[in-house]
Design a protein around this ligand. Structure first.
Ligand code: ADP
Ligand code: MG
Length: 388
């Protein structure tokens, strides 16, 4: 796809940093942000270190209050780190005002100027720069075209739907042809159907801007999986895990990430014999086979661990079908395409398993069923050591 905004950027950035290609596009170096002072202070971000290569899309995923927006604001310049540095293409921007950083920012609430027409909203960031009138008109029309909003240039924000307003907000961020685009839960205010089509829209935008580095903040794992090449998982002001979406999904480094990214049964077990990437583990009175992800040395015989077993990997069958365990349904919730069953498996004490079975299955609570676990049953995840 031809991309007028990228070429516009290349023109304006000629002659700036020559080493940009070698430096990460975004770098957070041990950034800590504390709000307030003394007893009432909150550490919103602690020792946050992250690098993004030029053109990469990284999602910051985590529950509400975990520090995602604070990280993004530290990069945009809206909050001041109490320690640590932020760099753009190798240049330390920690002390630069937001407007001097040349970053595009999109937030959940659109934040359009209500009295300004769409084209003036989009032109807003350009007027502050020394661009001629024709250049501004061109940039505005290119940016609106990128989000399929060319026909709405004359409208006021209140004459647009939520999804359209968000597109305008994205166009406004793109109009300055930023090297870095920050998006803070841009779809959170939209309804589910619209969110889905906007995710596809954002995928298109990401692919049309291969040199633009994106940092995408969300609490929604499906947005993170759809958009990001790497996902950073946040918890309690810290980055707890980072990896490609598929690494984090298939070999979660922590029980928190296993659960937050996709939902998981985490079955307590004791590691027995490990051979290659296969481990024999004890779960209650049963011995099961699990996958032991590299590095294998993490899995000492006798160590406690958890097996990550995804709900859709459990099959529910007739009682005593070949190769199944027996158990009891304790709850059943139909969710449309699948039914979420809660299962008590004989011989797995105290641990209820969640299973997603396709379709609308009718298993009343209390019914005894056959349960087929995959083989290997799941992947081992280290559990936090309990302090003695
Ligand atoms: P997230 O975006 O992941 O929901 P935030 O970065 O907004 O999380 O917030 C992280 C923590 O910092 C939370 O505990 C929040 O209450 C606190 N916090 C955020 N902004 C402020 C502020 N301006 N003043 C005081 N505390 C704040
Ligand atoms: Mg937030």
């Amino acid at each position: 796809m031809s991309n007028p905004l990228t070429s516009a950027r290349n023109r304006t950035s000629t002659g700036t940093t020559t080493t940009a290609g070698e430096q990460p596009s975004i770098a957070f170096d041990r950034v800590t942000v504390t709000y307030g002072r003394g007893k009432k202070s909150t550490d919103a971000l602690v020792d946050f270190t992250l690098r993004a290569e030029r053109g990469e899309t990284i999602a910051l995923l985590g529950p509400s209050g975990s520090g995602k927006s604070t990280a993004l604001k530290a990069l945009a310049g809206f909050v001041r780190p109490s320690s640590g540095r932020v760099r753009l293409s190798g240049n330390d921007v920690t002390d630069l005002p937001p407007a001097k950083r040349g970053i595009g920012v999109v937030v959940q609430s659109y934040a359009l100027f209500p009295h300004m027409r769409v084209r003036d909203n989009v032109a807003f960031g350009l007027k502050a720069r020394r661009l001629g009138k024709d250049a501004i008109t061109q940039r505005v029309s290119d940016a609106l075209a990128m989000v399929s909003m060319s026909d709405y240039a004359h409208r006021l924000p209140r004459e647009l739907s939520g999804g359209q307003q968000q597109r305008v907000a994205i166009a406004r961020a793109l109009a300055i042809a930023p090297d870095v685009l920050l998006l803070d839960e841009p779809l959170a205010a939209l309804d589910a159907a619209l969110r889905q089509s906007m995710v596809m829209e954002l995928q298109r935008l990401r692919d049309a801007l291969p040199d633009t580095t994106m940092l995408y903040v969300t609490h929604d794992q499906s947005e993170a999986l759809a958009l990001a090449s790497r996902v950073g998982v946040m918890r309690d002001a810290r980055l707890v895990d980072i990896g490609t979406a598929s690494e984090l999904w298939s070999r979660p480094p922590s029980t928190f990430t296993a659960n937050f990214l996709g939902g998981a049964n985490l079955i307590d077990c004791v590691v027995g014999r490990v051979s290659g990437t296969t481990a024999l583990v004890a779960v209650g009175e049963r011995m099961l086979t699990a996958t032991a992800p590299a590095p294998i040395r993490r899995w000492a015989p006798g160590a406690k661990a958890a097996i990550c077993l995804r709900p859709h990997e459990i099959e529910v069958t007739a009682l005593w079908a070949a190769g199944t365990l027996a158990g009891r349904v304790t709850a059943s919730v139909w969710r449309g395409p699948s039914t979420r069953l809660t299962l008590a498996v004989d011989g797995l004490p105290d641990q209820l398993l969640e299973a997603d079975v396709p379709g609308h299955v009718d298993h009343p609570a209390g019914e005894r069923v056959g349960i087929r676990l995959p083989d290997p049953v799941g992947v081992l995840v280290e559990t936090p050591r309990t302090p003695r």
